[in-house]
Design a protein around this ligand. Structure first.
Ligand code: HEM
Length: 401
């Protein structure tokens, strides 16, 4: 789809779906067992140039976890852990249950499960690998509007789990936690969601909890500069070769101040972003996929897309071409102690270099775009996510072996 990452669109690189009747119960699979629906049967490949879970269409359920290495655990233990995690990810993504399994995902297919692994800045000192720490992991600058909780930020290791079924996702979460064994401890965990595959008449860009169509402006995999923007090239001067084919993930838990937001009129809400809520079209006209016309003036002589509109300020042409692939999950953790919804966006963005992606854009947004009064950044993480493992390899092997 021209809209980029869409929910429920089977297909694309590394994704395969068994053909079935869509789950009405009539078809049968191998050995006479009932065929899985397309949602359940869709499998994302573990091996590949890039790890799964970056360009994979967003799944309906997500878990994010950071781990810290246990005291005394070093490079050897970390290598063994990544080897275990990779074997688990490969098996579960193929729909195979490990021995002694909990049974939580029995009856379900892989359901587009992806498990993605990354390294935080602190990982490298703990494993004696400081010399191989990429400069891209230098701490993000502090932003004036940050309200970050360090206990829910950063971490030595990061795992992103996505699946189109909540039980499949939870099953993978427990397996990853169990594999950590004595080597690493959970530092923080966050749970998120997106719309379920099949909920809309046709695949569409997702909506966030403010009701906006979110993801339209994303770089598209078929654009010529997509790879250069999102993935680390091989042989970059001064670069870390073990990161070739990898990407940097910036993770921000962004609370939405929904009580305030929902009081705004539709007209004001649309001016905050610069796009229509109903279909995501720019206020300058057209459809969701039309270019923003940032110069178009209204009858009052003012820009139709206001000067402080979020989509104007974050547009690559306003930021020296800075671009990132946003692939978030929504979250809702009930009511916060202050009585407001603890809900918002688990903002995850992917780029070859955070200094040419997240940082310059957030710097500008932080000066106060129209969305800023309605959001609060509550945690932050930056992770080096290595390229995909080749057949016979584990994720991170080129760093850890
Ligand atoms: C565009 C919402 C935070 C970067 C958009 C759009 C919406 C939106 C509705 C327009 C549709 C689209 O192109 O996807 C939000 C919400 C946020 C948030 C609700 C917080 C809860 C951020 C942050 C950044 C960011 C922290 C990066 C620092 C962008 C970019 C675009 C965009 C790059 C595309 C601009 C373009 O190419 O036209 N956002 N956003 N957003 N946002 Fe955000």
């Amino acid at each position: 789809g021209a809209a980029g990452l869409v929910i429920g669109a089977a297909g694309g690189a590394g994704v395969s779906a068994a053909v079935s009747d869509g789950g009405s119960g009539g078809a049968s699979g191998p050995g006479g067992a009932p065929a899985l629906s397309t949602v359940g049967a869709t499998e994302v490949m573990f091996h590949g140039k890039h790890q799964a879970g970056i360009t994979t269409p967003s799944q309906s359920r997500g878990h994010l976890m950071a781990f810290d290495l246990a005291p005394g655990a070093g490079r050897k233990e970390a290598a063994a852990l990544l080897r275990r995690w990779s074997a688990t990810a490969k098996a579960l993504m193929a729909g195979e249950a490990p021995a002694g399994d909990t049974g939580v995902a029995l009856d379900a297919g892989p359901s587009s499960l992806t498990i993605t692994f990354g390294f935080g800045r602190t990982f490298f000192d703990r494993t004696g690998l400081t010399a191989r720490r990429p400069a891209e992991l230098d701490p993000l600058p502090a932003f004036s509007s940050d309200a970050l909780d360090p206990r829910r930020s950063e971490g030595d290791l990061w795992v992103q789990i996505g699946a189109d079924d909540a039980l499949v996702a939870f099953h993978a979460l427990r397996a990853v936690q169990k594999d950590a064994g004595d080597a690493a401890r959970v530092r923080w965990q966050m749970n998120g969601f997106n719309r379920s595959a099949g909920a809309t008449a046709k695949p569409m860009t997702a909506r966030n909890l403010m009701g906006q169509i979110d993801g339209t402006g994303n770089p598209k995999p078929d654009e010529p500069d997509f790879d250069r923007r999102i993935f680390v090239p091989a042989g970059a001067p001064g670069g870390q070769e073990w990161m070739a084919g990898g990407s940097y993930a910036v993770v921000r838990r962004i609370r939405m101040l929904l009580d305030d937001w929902e009081k705004l009129s539709l007209e004001k809400q649309e001016k905050v972003i610069g796009r229509r809520k109903s279909d995501g079209a720019p206020l300058s006209g057209g459809t969701e996929t039309s270019e923003l016309d940032l110069n178009k003036l209204g009858p009052d002589g003012r820009p139709v897309i206001p000067d402080n509109a979020h989509a104007r300020i974050s547009a690559p042409e306003q930021n020296g071409g800075a671009a990132m692939l946003r692939r978030p999950f929504s979250f809702h953790d009930g009511i916060a102690p202050d009585g407001t919804p603890d809900a918002g966006l688990l903002f995850i963005c992917w780029q070859a270099d955070p200094l040419r992606g997240f940082v310059p854009v957030q710097r500008k947004l932080d000066r106060g775009d129209a969305l800023s009064p309605f959001i609060r950044h509550e945690s932050s993480g930056l992770y080096a996510v290595p390229g995909g493992a080749a057949e016979g390899e584990y994720v991170g092997q080129r760093l850890l072996e």
